[in-house]
Ligand binder design. Sequence first.
Ligand code: CP
Ligand code: NVA
Length: 305
Amino acid sequence: MTCSSTGGVRHFLDLDRFDSATLRHILDLGHAYKQGKATNAAPLGGKILAMIFEKPSTRTRVSFEVGMKQLGGDVVMMAAGDTQLGRGETIADTARVLSRFVDAVMIRTNKPEKLEELARNASVPVINGLTDDSHPCQVMADVMTFEEHRGPLTGKVVAWVGDGNNVAASWIHASAHFGCEIRLACPDSLMPSQKAVDWARARGCTINLMTDPQQAAAGAHLVVTDTWVSMGCTDTNRHQLLEPYQVNRALMTRAAPDALFMHCLPAHRNEEVTDEVMDGLQSVVWDEAENRMHVQKGILTWCLT
Ligand code: CP
Ligand code: NVA
């Protein structure tokens, strides 16, 4: 089923809620926007996106704002602490009110339940701009970036190294749609969402969980990592545990010779990734950041037209 709720509103909540053809369509739109090939350059003329942030952001905020404006629309920025949400107005009531003013709502929040509640009560599309459990816009940009550099992901091996976090869960979802194998090397206590793993495996995906980063990277076509301490994570004493999971030159040497390196950013340089890898020839992190905007233009177009 596609990601929609009551009344056929097109929400973009999580990649496990989509059929592969819809995600392919959104990615194709993203590629077309980037290449200047979109048939209608400003399909969202007059449309307004509200953006609710309960956590900090640089890329998500700027890429949605610039993307919306390039499509002919505009945005209203809402830092949750400055709104009545911060004083306890419910998400459901906020959804009802915002639906009277704007054409779509993007939210970055901690609990996925808040995203769901917003979508259940909004009569306009809701887009997931990151929760503690997932980051689907990011992984759509990552898939687009891989395709741009190396072609389809089908049959490729992706090595996720480090914390089995929200971005990892969306990568697991993506593997089911785009046909790649994923190896996730994480400490035992930081393994990714079992629910995501079970969902992808039920769709025939190869998801290999392991603790050895060398084993994960061996022959991989893409090595991905992320911060060791995600926003809102209270366990800040993980550095020693995660030190063996640093992506450095030695680890990249284990991967395929033409392997790419990705990181959703922001990076903690010389913690989860060394400067040498981040700034090296295999790194495509700046393209990943740029592609947030192009693929989100695809997402916005799918949601709103
Ligand atoms: N990758 C990402 O979502 O970055 P921001 O936190 O800056 O939005
Ligand atoms: N896993 C990170 C991603 C930041 C874009 C976090 O949730 O903080």
